[in-house]
Design a protein around this ligand. Structure first.
Ligand code: 0L1
Ligand code: MG
Length: 255
């Protein structure tokens, strides 16, 4: 039987101390259900230290990433206030194991959301959308994991930054985007890479995370998932995402 609390402590300490750990699945099987229980218990430890739940992230939302780990279901993780960076802020690289950054679209909820909903019903709960970047930092050695490992590790989520909010009534299904490092484009793509339309990711968030948590709350941020490959962060870099119609958001990487 999986010892959920022991696994939760291991992955929480790895995140807290920025230390790489071996995959759980290399020492025995871990079911997806138990992996989500480990994620819940590890984030509960953070909440007991004073962090606040502020939303959820959706992951593996592009066909390329699903294929990479051989699954056809998206995953999700929890966002806490301590993970949020302000626009233009410096990220301290020593607080992470091997951080990467990826461009995303963020939804801000104005009403609770849960269960099986249509895209129209999901969008009726959205107050605003914004360009965003997620910092993913697998706590596993060499960024290598099986699906249950990554779920237990909060689906690699470690930080996020959100730009200015805009009206959600515009068409955001295929917005061009460019992620630059020190003014040099490193990733170019479109929001269409997020499940064909980011609203599908919001529907999946309601179905999966909403059901598991009871509901997604008004005021929460939902990160829809990476629109391109992720970029490995290096000290001194300035990373900026510019999204068609929605503006820019940036961070710097400090030691
Ligand atoms: O946000 C994501 O799509 C990442 C999910 C976990 C896989 C990874 O760390 O690349
Ligand atoms: Mg992501």
């Amino acid at each position: 039987m999986t010892d959920i609390q022991t696994y939760a402590e291991v992955v929480d300490e790895a995140a807290r101390t920025a230390s790489a750990i071996p995959q759980f699945t290399s020492s025995g099987p871990l079911s997806v259900a138990d992996a989500y229980a480990v994620q819940a218990a590890s984030i509960e430890r953070r909440l007991k230290r004073g962090e606040k739940l502020v939303g959820v992230k959706m992951g593996l939302t592009s066909r390329a990433k699903m294929k990479q780990v051989n699954v056809d279901e998206v995953v999700w993780g929890r966002l806490t206030d301590a993970m949020r960076l302000e626009e233009g802020a410096s990220l301290s690289k020593r607080r992470f194991v091997h951080p990467r950054i990826e461009p995303e679209l963020a939804f801000l909820l104005k009403a609770p959301l849960t269960g099986e909903v249509t895209a129209a019903e999901a969008m009726a709960a959205v107050a605003a959308i914004a360009p965003a970047m997620e910092i993913i930092d697998s706590r596993y050695q060499n960024f290598k994991f099986a699906l249950p490992d990554v779920i237990a590790d909060n689906s690699s989520s470690s930080g996020f930054v959100v730009g200015d909010w805009s009206s959600p009534t515009q068409d955001f299904s295929n917005l061009g985007l460019v992620m630059e490092v020190d003014g040099r484009p490193v990733e170019i793509g479109s929001t269409a890479a997020i499940l064909g339309n980011p609203s599908r990711s919001l529907v999946a968030a309601a179905r999966l995370a909403g059901a598991a948590l009871g509901r997604l709350e008004a005021g929460w941020i939902i990160l829809a998932g990476g629109a391109t490959a992720a970029h490995s962060l290096k000290v001194g870099e300035r990373v900026r995402l510019t999204m068609q119609n929605l503006g820019s958001v940036s961070i710097r990487v400090a030691e």
